[in-house]
Design a protein around this ligand. Structure first.
Ligand code: NAD
Length: 303
């Protein structure tokens, strides 16, 4: 299979001045895309700003013959970021929502400000840029979006209530957009990466850091955001150090109880409710649960 190219495609990447986003920007810049490199250059905790990081990435792309422009707006101003891409390049094909910060503290020590800034940067920021991109993609009948979550958002991590809540929110946002965008050929997926960056340098040993080079995350972005992807939508992909997998929800076989439900019946069936070794299902929408309710009501009617 040949490598994928993005000639004449316009790609917007947020938080692309450093870390994972930088690797993404350099990749798209090397395969023909016109790249808007967004980054406000803030500290890891969201304080201060600095345009130099986006500038440096743009300079590197250009030095290798690529096409790129720097944008320093915060992702809280998604309309400005998208307007800049349209002004510069005239269209928009791919959006990678990647910008992020950390304010890790256990809940007892977390301040309102720590909560708000992390939720705003990740969740509202992803919403804000996507909201501005959406009408353009909808009207042209084409768009590929990848939003960035985290293992914290899927599983929870000590000391990251704010970050985990934001990252879980991004999953719900993306799965809903996948449903809303499908008819307009806008495919939306979630990336759950682990890669070497300032976010991981304090928690991972150097030998692990060298094994989780963010350049190894770009192939899955290429596959998901290329026009040849016509099918993969609403996926959650965990990727790191050359490992790639898809994550989904699992529902235990469960039980259908007679109405009105008695506490003792729930207690009696507790093991079965919690048992994942039965006939598990992998639900993908609310309708899956409504079908279960319907089946139970029909069962009761026939009794
Ligand atoms: P990073 O700190 O190296 O890079 C993030 C970039 O986002 C920075 O350059 C920063 O200036 C920029 N940014 C922050 N707030 C911004 C704002 N309001 N507007 C514009 N730019 C802003 O971090 P990273 O490790 O490269 O993380 C990238 C994404 O991947 C984040 O969403 C992060 O939560 C997620 N993630 C990373 C890992 C990992 O292993 N590194 C794991 C799980 C999830």
């Amino acid at each position: 299979m040949s490598d994928l190219r993005f000639d004449n495609k316009v790609v917007v990447i947020t938080g692309a001045g450093r870390g994972l986003g930088k690797a993404y920007a350099l990749f798209y810049g090397s395969v023909g895309a016109k790249v808007l490199v967004n980054d406000n250059g803030c500290d890891l905790d969201g304080k201060n700003t600095n345009p130099k990081f986006a500038d440096e990435v743009v300079a590197t792309i250009k030095s290798k013959g690529g096409i790129a422009v720097a944008n320093y707006d915060s992702v809280l101003n998604g309309d400005k970021i998208i307007a800049h891409a349209i002004k510069e390049f005239g269209r928009l094909d791919v959006l990678i929502n990647n910008a992020g910060i950390l304010r890790d503290k256990i809940l007892a020590k977390l301040t309102e400000e720590d909560w708000d800034i992390v939720i705003k940067t990740h969740l509202y920021g992803t919403y804000s840029v996507t909201k501005a991109a959406w009408p353009i993609m909808r009207d042209q009948g084409y768009g590929r979006i990848v939003n960035t979550s985290s293992g914290s958002g899927l599983y929870g991590t000590l000391g990251q209530t704010n970050y985990a809540a934001a990252k879980a929110g991004i999953v719900g946002l993306t799965l809903t957009l996948a449903k809303e965008g499908e008819r307009r050929n806008i495919l939306c997926n979630v990336l759950v990466p682990v890669g070497a960056s300032r976010m991981t340098e304090t928690i991972m040993p150097p030998d692990v850091m060298s094994g989780i080079d963010p350049n190894n995350l770009t192939p899955i972005l290429a596959v998901l955001t290329h026009e040849s992807n016509k099918e993969y939508n609403g996926g959650i992909y965990e990727c790191s150090g050359g490992f790639f997998s898809r994550v989904r929800w699992q529902r235990s076989e469960g039980v259908s109880l007679d109405l009105p439900v008695k506490i003792c019946e729930v207690q009696k069936n507790w093991a079965k409710i919690n048992d994942f070794n039965g006939k598990n299902e992998y639900p993908t929408g609310n309708a899956d649960l409504f079908n279960k309710v319907q089946e139970n009501l029909e069962r009761l009617e026939q009794q």
